[in-house]
Write a protein that binds this ligand. Sequence first.
Ligand code: XIL
Length: 315
Amino acid sequence: PKNLHELASKKNLNFGVAIQAGDVLSLETSALLKEHFNLIVPENTMKWKNIRPTKTFWNWSDMDNMVDFAEKNGMVIRGHTFVWHQQNAPYVDSLKTKDEAVAMLTEQITMVMERYKGRVFEYDVANEVLNEDGTLRDTVWLRTIGPEYIDIAFKAARAADPKARLVLNDYSNEYAGTAKGDAFYELCKDMKNRGIPIDGAGLQLHLVAEHTFNREGLLAQIRRFAELGMFVTFTEIDVRIAMPSSPEKEAQQTEIFKGLMEIAATEPNTGHFVVWGYTDAKSWIPGTFPGYGSAHLFDKASQPKPVFEDLKKIL
Ligand code: XIL
């Protein structure tokens, strides 16, 4: 094997990427995806405002296309995401009563997961529920339902597709020994202890090249999830650089990508290395983090950066 995903498969690892609906329709992009990856995630397609823009209109076609594309090409597909505080439809943000909110959330999860039953292997059931200090984020779900909205979402997900792997996903949760990393672990542990159906921890890993990569903290986080009987998925990897870039910053970025791959390839409960977009040519980073860029494995011309070969050598 010579492609990264083929090498990864030998180590029981999937190499994945977040994509837009149009990517599977473009000849150029779909060829590139097939060559390099064996897992895809809808970057936006499954988010509430896209898959259900009005209460009664389900826009299935984009997601159907992606699932078909994945299956036709031997790729697996992760779902993303139901509970979130962004990219909801307006009728979600204006929910008022608890009963209404529980019914809406349960229906959303049930409709999507029953449709793709057995075809989408893993879901981010809830996304970014924590603040930096480890308290629950103020969202429409917390305001209308209270903290038990998380349990309700996971139970609905298990009922809708009992074989799907259910994940709680977040950012800045990757290191044991930080306020958010510890709170995230405690939340998952508490859910496990109470018998709530949660299977995995999603570490988004939107990292910064110039920040210290805390390998020990990440290993400690992964290993304590293993002790809980939970797996870890690296769900949204990118390593942004404060512009202008420099050879030093690129070297730091390379070390972080390599460190993540080494850990994913060796920790037994970590089986998915998913990057959040593959190319600097189409990146969410500059819009969300002004002044940052060059966060992905392929450059602005959509050519693989040198780090891509380094990752192969690790596998
Ligand atoms: C981002 C997408 O990449 C953008 O295209 C979109 O405009 C906003 O959302 N954490 C998540 C992802 O869980 O869903 C976000 O995706 C990036 C941060």
